[in-house]
Write a protein that binds this ligand. Structure first.
Ligand code: 5GP
Length: 203
């Protein structure tokens, strides 16, 4: 249902489709901003799964909130114990979603959002995980490069690795047929409206 305030239709209820949302897309495509906006606009509806990673925290990232920052040893233990529903290597670090991170959100009755890269997407898809799959991409790779550089959080070597990865991710999104929606993030407001419309089944 919607409530009409000043002739603007605002979704007031939770999405009818309660399946977890997998939101993928190259680093620098603006996924994080879109996801945060979705969470903030609809309180008590969505929650981002907190992944485990072996990469170093960036300035401002907090352990247990942005990620669980762990050693390779701890990561391998989780993996070998079967505690991860998917895991990937991305520009020199491991990333994985734990069963516990997912269960914590489901137990609260909220809709989990997984921000994961393509090999993780392939794993959850192949495992038959019932979810909705969205891909967020930049208008072109030049824009992506600018954003990655502008962010100033990665080394030159890491930026190049991420751009190389981005090329493969864009190709995967176009050819694998995994994603129900591919959103071009050329304009934040427009891209957000498209994401919200998809999530709430309005468009
Ligand atoms: P970043 O280092 O920029 O935080 O993340 C790098 C990439 O790893 C992003 O594409 C992000 O979506 C992905 N990622 C983050 N957490 C996970 C995870 O748990 N599993 C997988 N497969 N990818 C992840």
């Amino acid at each position: 249902s919607t409530s009409q305030i000043h002739n603007i239709l605002i979704p007031t209820t939770a999405p009818q489709d309660r399946r977890p949302l997998i939101i993928s897309g190259p680093s620098g495509a603006g996924k994080g901003t879109l996801i945060q906006k979705l969470i903030d606009t609809h309180p008590h509806t969505f929650e981002l799964t907190v992944s485990h990673t072996t990469r170093q925290p960036r300035p401002g990232e907090k352990d247990g909130i942005s990620y669980h920052f762990v050693s390779v040893e701890t990561y391998n233990t989780l993996k070998h114990n079967g505690d991860l529903i998917e895991d990937a290597m991305y520009t020199g670090a491991f990333y994985g979603t734990s069963k516990a991170a997912l269960a914590e959100i489901l137990d609260k009755g909220l809709i989990p959002i997984l921000d994961i890269e393509m090999t993780g997407v392939q794993q959850v898809k192949t495992s038959g995980f019932d979810a909705r799959y969205v891909f967020v991409k930049p208008r072109d790779l030049g824009v992506l490069e600018e954003r990655l550089r502008g962010r100033g959080t990665e080394s030159e070597r890491d930026i190049r690795a991420r751009l190389d990865r981005a090329r493969r991710e864009l190709e995967f999104a176009e050819t694998a047929g995994v994603f129900q929606r591919i959103i071009v993030n050329d304009d934040l407001g427009r891209a957000y409206a498209e994401l919200e419309g998809f999530v709430f089944g309005l468009g």
